[in-house]
Design a protein around this ligand. Structure first.
Ligand code: ADP
Length: 235
């Protein structure tokens, strides 16, 4: 089957990653998959406010997802909405299993992820960017988190759905996040219908896609520490 943009069923869109793009945050990263671009900044471990919400056993992870007004064809109203609140939670729970929160009792770790350009798969791009930014901030982690959507397009399992594919009638979207070393899935959502055989095939394609993303993330992290890199804000 030919996909609308000519990709094979197991082919992701073009991948690009960069670590340490901002100098003011403790950690930062950019992740691009095709025309979807996410940037992430991490602060922490830092004090938890209000203090009564701190956890004496472990750090509290806070995630904020945002989509720039100019990231979509029709200007998006700025500020949080129902979707961004939901995606902030989804991203938080996809990242949490990889972070050793017990290392930082009474603290907060804050993750800010923004979409500068959206063409489907924004939650996954945010997770991949945020995991690199957390590593860049020196947060103790058990593993990286790599994320991509799989799904069913025109009756066939595929990896990394574009917006054009998402909009096809009957498409099923399955965002996946994966810890590649521990071989554990940390996010699995399903929007649409799929039979068990296609579901297994889609998950397999998704995991293979996550492994490719992991290679790109690792390379970006190594690049940052191999060179004395300068952030895009010049510091
Ligand atoms: P995800 O981005 O993780 O796939 P959704 O399924 O909610 O999450 O969104 C699918 C796609 O729809 C987005 O990636 C984006 O391209 C588009 N989209 C989402 N919100 C808007 C919006 N307010 N205006 C235009 N397009 C949007």
């Amino acid at each position: 089957m030919k996909r609308p943009d000519g990709r094979k069923i197991d082919e992701t869109r073009e991948l690009e990653a960069k670590v340490g793009i901002f100098s003011k945050a403790d950690g930062s990263a950019m992740f691009r998959i095709g025309k979807t671009t996410a940037i992430a900044g991490v602060y922490g471990p830092t004090n938890m406010y209000p203090r009564w919400l701190e956890d004496p056993e472990k750090a509290v992870l806070k995630c904020y997802y945002d989509m720039y007004s100019f990231s979509v064809p029709e200007r998006k109203r700025p500020g949080p909405d129902r979707r961004s609140i939901e995606l902030s939670r989804v991203i938080k729970y996809a990242l949490m299993p990889a972070i050793v929160l017990k290392e930082y009792p009474r603290s907060a770790i804050k993750v800010f992820v923004s979409i500068t350009q959206a063409d489907a798969g924004t939650r996954c791009a945010c997770i991949s960017a945020a995991a690199m930014a957390l590593a860049d901030a020196g947060i103790v982690m058990k593993d990286m988190v790599s994320s991509v959507a799989a799904g069913l397009v025109n009756g066939e399992p595929v990896v990394d759905l574009s917006k054009e594919e998402e909009d096809i009638e009957g498409t099923t979207d399955i965002p996946i996040a994966y810890m590649p070393r521990l071989q554990k899935i940390t996010l699995l959502q399903l929007d649409g219908k799929i039979n068990p055989k296609h579901f297994r095939e889609a998950i397999k394609l998704g995991i293979e896609g996550c492994k490719k993303i992991y290679d790109v993330q690792k390379r970006a992290l190594k690049e940052k520490y191999a060179t004395d890199s300068i952030g895009i804000d010049g510091e």
